[in-house]
Design a protein around this ligand. Structure first.
Ligand SMILES: C[S@@+](CC[C@H](N)C(=O)[O-])C[C@H]1O[C@@H](n2cnc3c(N)ncnc32)[C@H](O)[C@@H]1O
Length: 314
C-alpha cells in the first residue's frame, strides 16, 4: 500500500462549526466551493476532487453532472445529507469508506472499516501474477492461495482473469471474509473461491498445494504506525497494517510455510514496504529452497513486490 506522509493542515483559523455548516438555499457551485474549502482546512489531500465526489454521491449523479448543473439550488434535506458526508471527510474518514467502494483492476469493490482499501500498487502484483499464470495455464487448472484476502481483490481478480483458477482466500478477520464473500458474489465468482478463516496457513487443508501464493501482508513497521496519515491510522484496521518490529513479522511466518505449500516451480508473490527487499531476501535465503527473489518497483520507484519461485527440490 502506498502511504503518503502526513500533510499539515492549513494554518488559517477554521470558522466556528455553526458558521461553517453548508447553507440551505446555496447553489451546487457554492456548495462545491464551500466544501472544497472545508476539506482543504481539514488537511485533505485532494479537496476539490473529494468535494465533487461527495456531492455526486449525495445527489446520486456523476461528477460531471455536478459541474454541469452548477446553478441548481438543492433542497434543505439534500444539503443536510451533504453536510453529514462533509463532516465525515473532515474527520478524515477515507473517501473509500464514505462511498463504500473503491475501484481496483477497473472493477468495483465494496470497502468498509473491516478491510484495507485496495491500493493501486497492488495492481503491480496482479500484473506479474497474470503474466506468470497465463504462461502456466495450458498445463491444467491453477490453484491460487490469496493469503490475507481483505476485501477479496486478489482472489476475485484471479478467478475472473484465469478461467481455470481455483482460489482459496484466507483471512484472520471474519468481518473481512464476509466483505470478500460479498465482492466475490458481486463479480459472480463465489463458486470458485473457498473462504477460510485462519491464522495464515493454520486452517488451510494440510494436503492443499498451490501453484501461486499471493500475499499483501501487514508490513508497516510498528514504530511508523503513529506517523501514518489520520485517514489510514484512525480508520483502516490495524491488523491489516501493523507488521511488528521492522514490519517483517508476517514475512518471517509466511515464507517458510509457503515453501511447504507450493507445488515445485510454484511462485510466492509478496507486496512489501520500501527498504524491506534486502531483509526479505535474507528470509528467503534462510528458509532455503527458493530462487533468488526478484524485486519489482512501484510507480514511485520504490521496491514494492517480491517474486520468488519454489525450486523443484528444496
Ligand atoms: C494489507 S491487508 C491486504 C488486503 C488485500 N489482500 C489487499 O491487497 O488489499 C492484509 C490482510 O491480512 C489479514 N491478516 C493479518 N494477519 C493475518 C493472519 N495472521 N492470518 C490471516 N490473515 C491475516 C488482515 O486481516 C488483512 O485483511
Amino acid at each position: 500500500m502506498s502511504l503518503p506522509i502526513q500533510k499539515r493542515s492549513s494554518n488559517r483559523q477554521p470558522l466556528a462549526p455553526a458558521l461553517r455548516r453548508l447553507p440551505p438555499g446555496a447553489s451546487q457551485a457554492e456548495l462545491l466551493s464551500l466544501t472544497e474549502k472545508r476539506l482543504q482546512d481539514a488537511g485533505v489531500d485532494s479537496p476539490r476532487l473529494d468535494a465533487e465526489l461527495l456531492l455526486a454521491s449525495a445527489l446520486q449523479i456523476d461528477r460531471l453532472q455536478v459541474l454541469i448543473e452548477s446553478r441548481r439550488v438543492l433542497s434543505p434535506d439534500v444539503v443536510g445529507e451533504i453536510e453529514s458526508l462533509v463532516q465525515r471527510r473532515e474527520s478524515r474518514e477515507p473517501m473509500s469508506q464514505i462511498l463504500g467502494r473503491r475501484e481496483f483492476w477497473s472493477l468495483d469493490f465494496k470497502v468498509d472499516r473491516n478491510v484495507l482499501t485496495p491500493r493501486p500498487e497492488t495492481e503491480i502484483l496482479v500484473e506479474r501474477f497474470l503474466s506468470l499464470a497465463k504462461a502456466r495455464e495450458a498445463a491444467g487448472p491453477l490453484d491460487v492461495l490469496d493469503l490475507g484476502t481483505g476485501s477479496g481483490i486478489l482472489a476475485v481478480v484471479a478467478a475472473l482473469e484465469i478461467s481455470s483458477c481455483r482460489a482459496t482466500a484466507v483471512d484472520c478477520s471474519l468481518e473481512a471474509l464476509e466483505t470478500a464473500r460479498e465482492n466475490a458474489r458481486a463479480h459472480g465468482v463465489q463458486d470458485r473461491i473457498e473462504f477460510v478463516h485462519s491464522d495464515w496457513f493454520e486452517r488451510v487443508a494440510p494436503t492443499a498445494r498451490f501453484d501461486f501464493i499471493l500475499c499483501n501482508p501487514p508490513y508497516i513497521p510498528e514504530n511508523y504506525m503513529d506517523r501514518l496519515p489520520p485517514d489510514v491510522k484512525n480508520f483502516e484496521p490495524e491488523s491489516a497494517l501493523n507488521g511488528g518490529a521492522g514490519g517483517l513479522d508476517c514475512f518471517r511466518r509466511i515464507v517458510p510455510e509457503a515453501g511447504l505449500r507450493l507445488n515445485p516451480g510454484g511462485y510466492l508473490l509478496l507486496e512489501m514496504w520500501r527498504d524491506q527487499a534486502a531483509a526479505l531476501g535474507e528470509i528467503f535465503l534462510r528458509a532455503g529452497g527458493w530462487s533468488v527473489p526478484e524485486t519489482i518497483k512501484d510507480y514511485a520507484g520504490l521496491d514494492r513486490i517480491t517474486v520468488a519461485r519454489r525450486l523443484a527440490r528444496g
